[in-house]
Design a protein around this ligand. Structure first.
Ligand code: XUL
Ligand code: CO
Length: 442
């Protein structure tokens, strides 16, 4: 492959310099080659760059257009620009030590005048991406289809009241699955962009949910028919863009999947900012998915406590990430998933270098959280505390109860003849919070 001029000429591959480094363009905690339990940190963490934010984000918001202008965004032919943009992206993936990337079909290639033309353009870009993946070793964590930007999807894709739009969305996802398979994607994500409603005055909720289930069944069937082995993931979000989205949170997602016989085929891609928009903590969503054996992958970002929307910021909150990591590690990790930085630069962060600062901060915070969580789990103090708290279910009538051997009559008799009044026991939250702080603060 022809070597072109670098797009980030002033920035070298980011090196690990250790916790005492003051170099803002170095890692302090993420050492990709560090081996832990026989696996490199790169393989443990499986970081991924989100193409839509890192390479299509311009800083635009509802009050004004983009502010971020990249030097490679030049020329008239959108397909040629898309190719150069991809070159810049792969240079970035390598320099930031990200082993994976993620994209929507429409992020990487422009829409044409017809679906056929759009697909041809996509094929050209995918051929280029395949070559870049081969040359750099960077892999595809997941692919997805953008079923929310184009006006045709203003009332949803799979949940659109017009069957014509459903059909179009199906054709688009068919192609996105072909493309994800061609690039060796390890997962495929459904985020329900506009799969929800603005008002019940014009909505048949039951029918829309049934259509969404049909759509997902068709995707599963098609994937099987082409031999796509990647994991399907649902990414819940409660609102924005629609007022009410059907995949509100992980619990709603599990109920939906089980209701429609889809639970064997899907896991969850949990996004921090989506969790908090739903009124949950990041760790809560991870625990709910893990309890159902459906923890799949993470969209790594955060919101802003003072803002009520999906601000998609880079997360450097080591406390929040350490709690999340303990839950992820306890659940046995993410399998084919990873940590995808679904996060964008703030509108005034216009330097090329800012893209590096942003990802370095996120990667370092996750790497530190990973190490802290491993220590916490290895020492087992929280596990022991929790185990002791539930110990009454391990023996005697408690165990019989868990095994389903006792009914209300038996329990009533037990209390009246033997047990009497329970003795309240402290939950010791403050003690536990101090214990957590002792790990975080050294
Ligand atoms: C939107 C969001 C999406 C999905 C992929 O809030 O998170 O970018 O991750 O469609
Ligand atoms: Co996301």
């Amino acid at each position: 492959m022809k070597k072109s001029r670098p797009h980030f000429p002033k920035i070298r591959r980011i090196a690990y310099e250790g916790p005492s480094s003051v170099n803002p363009l170095a890692f302090r905690h993420y050492n990709p080659t560090e081996v832990i339990d026989g696996r490199s940190l790169k393989d443990h963490l499986r970081f991924s760059v989100a193409y839509w934010h890192a390479f299509r984000g311009t800083g635009g918001d509802p009050f004004g257009p983009g502010t971020i202008v990249r030097p490679w965004e030049q020329g008239r032919d959108p397909v040629s620009i898309a190719k150069v943009r991809l070159d810049a992206a792969f240079e970035f993936f390598q320099k930031i030590e990200s082993p994976f990337w993620c994209f929507h079909d429409r992020d990487i290639a422009p829409e044409g005048r017809s679906l056929a033309q759009t697909n041809r353009q996509l094929d050209q870009i995918v051929a280029h991406a395949k070559e870049l993946q081969r040359a750099t070793g960077v892999k595809l964590l997941w692919g997805t289809a953008n079923l929310f930007s184009h006006p045709r999807y203003m009332c949803g894709a799979a949940t659109n009241p017009d069957a014509h739009v459903f059909a179009y969305a199906a054709a688009q996802v068919k192609k996105a699955l072909d493309v994800t398979k061609a690039l060796g994607g390890e997962n495929y994500v459904f985020w329900g962009g506009r799969e929800g409603y603005e008002t019940l005055l014009n909505t048949n909720l039951k029918r829309e949910q049934a259509h969404l289930a049909t759509f997902l069944h068709l995707a599963v069937d098609y994937a099987k028919s082409i031999g796509f082995k990647g994991q399907f993931l649902i990414e819940p979000k409660p609102r924005e863009p629609t007022k009410h989205q059907y995949d509100f949170d992980v619990a709603a997602g599990i109920a939906f999947l089980r209701t429609h016989g889809l639970e064997k085929h899907f896991k969850f891609n949990i996004e921090t900012n989506h969790a908090t928009l739903a009124g949950h903590s990041f760790q809560h969503e991870i625990e709910v998915a893990a309890a159902a054996g459906m923890l799949g992958s993470i969209d790594a970002n955060t919101g802003d406590l003072l803002l009520g929307w999906d601000t998609d910021q880079f997360n450097t909150d080591v406390r929040e990430l350490t709690l999340a990591m303990t839950s992820i590690l306890r659940a046995g990790g993410l399998g084919t998933g990873g940590f995808n930085f679904d996060a964008k630069l703030r509108r005034p962060s216009t330097d090329l270098e800012d893209l590096f600062h942003a990802h370095i901060g996120g990667m370092d915070a996750y790497a530190l959280a990973f190490k802290l969580a491993r220590r916490i789990l290895a020492e087992g103090k929280f596990e022991q505390f929790v185990a002791a708290r539930y110990a009454s279910y391990d023996t005697g009538y408690g165990r019989d109860l868990e095994k389903g051997r006792l009914g209300f009559r038996d329990l009533n008799k037990l209390v009246l003849t033997k047990l009497g009044e329970p003795r309240p026991r402290s939950g010791k939250q403050e003690y536990l919070e101090n214990l957590l702080a002792s790990y975080l603060n050294g």
